[in-house]
Design a protein around this ligand. Structure first.
Ligand SMILES: Nc1nc2c(ncn2[C@@H]2O[C@H](COP(=O)(O)OP(=O)(O)OP(=O)(O)O)[C@@H](O)[C@H]2O)c(=O)[nH]1
Ligand SMILES: [Mg+2]
Length: 198
């Protein structure tokens, strides 16, 4: 059974006992977005990924702990290509998104600064606010990075405190990043609805 919960400015999809959440993954070319998603969804590390053309789409079911219980969430993961010439497609693919991973490459600091542009474009095109989280990828190439220094940089440069360093190669913090954003998205878009239903 599929039911659409009517929101004031959006329609939220609720499949039986599962909340459907859309997560967009963006950031510069080659920062490691597809490798991150493949590591999370398929539990594989393949050093020879092909660059994404347009967008890749994956699904993953995850249980999000809420208080003493858990809710079932189906993550729709939209892995958007970093190549600039496809940027005009972003407004189309970003609509209805609940959360966004802004990704950069920890071994190329300029890719963090470039996220300012991505954030601006998204803020201009999204019809409702989404949850933003910054991911510093390829942490295996920058083992000195600490969560504190990362949060410091992302707050200063992007005004976003919510961040994590991950490695698709070693698996560091990959599950943690997706679990964290699933929880933040659920809290923002559905938590009050849950409380109303009880
Ligand atoms: N050392 C290391 N290399 C990585 C990691 N993640 C990705 N890479 C490498 O970085 C390159 C680009 O990875 P992709 O995952 O294709 O990057 P992308 O962000 O999806 O790139 P586009 O699709 O072009 O936007 C590949 O050679 C990967 O093997 C990581 O965690 N550690
Ligand atoms: Mg890719």
């Amino acid at each position: 059974m599929i039911s659409l919960q009517q929101g004031s400015d959006s329609d939220e999809l609720f499949l039986e006992d599962t909340y459907v959440l859309k997560l967009l993954v963006v950031g510069g070319a080659g920062v490691g977005k597809t490798s991150l998603v493949r590591r999370y969804v398929d539990k594989i590390w393949n050093p020879r990924t092909l660059k994404t053309i347009g967008v890749d789409f994956s699904l993953k079911n995850v249980d999000v702990p809420v208080g003493d219980s858990k809710v079932h969430v189906r993550l729709q993961i939209w892995d958007f290509c970093g190549e600039r010439r496809y940027r005009q497609l972003l407004p189309i693919y970003s609509q209805g998104t609940h959360g966004i991973f802004l990704c950069f490459d920890l071994s190329r600091p300029e890719t963090l600064t470039q996220l300012q542009d991505w954030k601006l474009v998204l803020l201009r095109t999204l019809k409702r606010p989404a949850v933003f989280m910054v991911l510093g990828l390829k942490s295996d190439l920058n083992p000195e990075i600490t969560l504190e220094s990362l949060q410091d940089q992302t707050s200063r440069i992007l005004r976003i405190k919510e961040s994590l360093h991950c490695s698709a190669k070693t698996g560091e913090n990959v599950e943690e990043a997706f679990n964290r954003i699933a929880l933040l998205m659920f809290d923002k878009f559905f938590k009050n609805k849950e409380n109303e239903d009880q």
